[in-house]
Ligand binder design. Structure first.
Ligand SMILES: Nc1ncnc2c1ncn2[C@@H]1O[C@H](COP(=O)(O)OP(=O)(O)OP(=O)(O)O)[C@@H](O)[C@H]1O
Ligand SMILES: [Mg+2]
Length: 163
């Protein structure tokens, strides 16, 4: 399934991330496509806030950052500096005992990403305006996207956490 979100500020992207953070099913992989500075890291920072990881930083030098939060580990990778073929050495698709979610920036470097994945294509549409096209494939990703949309609709009704 697919769904299109809009953001008109960094704060709104953080908000979308916070709502996604509450909607995530353990085991979900999220692949973030989009040019430099479109807000991929901003979205993950919002996810981190929802999970209790308050200081999500770009993993552009560390390649993978791991945040152990209560109940769910957040893995955040940035493959920008890698060649295809080097990605496998990171072990991103290794089985893990702990429930975790994986967010990947620049996933086009990854030859064999998981089949079950939520792809989010972010495009700048003016200075602070962004279009986020979310496309899910697989059971986990479908449920996560469905939850994300449902949570947003609930929020609009309740207005608890809007930016
Ligand atoms: N609607 C928006 N959503 C997110 N960020 C926005 C928005 N409008 C402007 N910005 C700005 O765009 C930049 C996004 O930076 P961010 O590091 O999240 O991008 P990125 O996609 O992760 O880039 P990179 O590929 O370099 O890692 C920030 O400087 C932020 O303030
Ligand atoms: Mg980034």
């Amino acid at each position: 399934m697919s769904f299109r979100f809009h953001s008109s500020s960094e704060e709104e992207t953080l908000y979308l991330g916070r709502v996604l953070g509450r909607a995530l099913l353990p085991g979900t992989t999220v692949l973030l496509f989009g040019e430099l500075g479109t807000g991929k890291t901003a979205l993950v920072r919002g996810v981190g806030e929802a999970l209790g990881a308050t200081r999500v930083r770009s993993p552009s030098f560390t390649l993978v950052n791991e945040y152990r939060t209560q109940g769910l580990t957040l893995l955040h990778a940035d493959l920008y500096r890698l060649e295809s073929g080097e990605v496998e050495t990171l072990g991103l698709d290794e089985e893990s005992e702990e429930p975790h979610v994986l967010f990947v920036e620049w996933p086009d470097r990854w030859n064999s990403p998981p089949q079950d994945a939520l792809k989010i294509f972010i495009e700048a549409d003016g200075e602070a305006s962004r279009v986020l096209e979310a496309v899910s494939q697989g059971v986990n990703a479908d449920s996560t996207l469905r939850n994300w949309i449902a949570e947003l609709k609930r929020e609009v009704g309740g207005r608890n956490d809007t930016p």
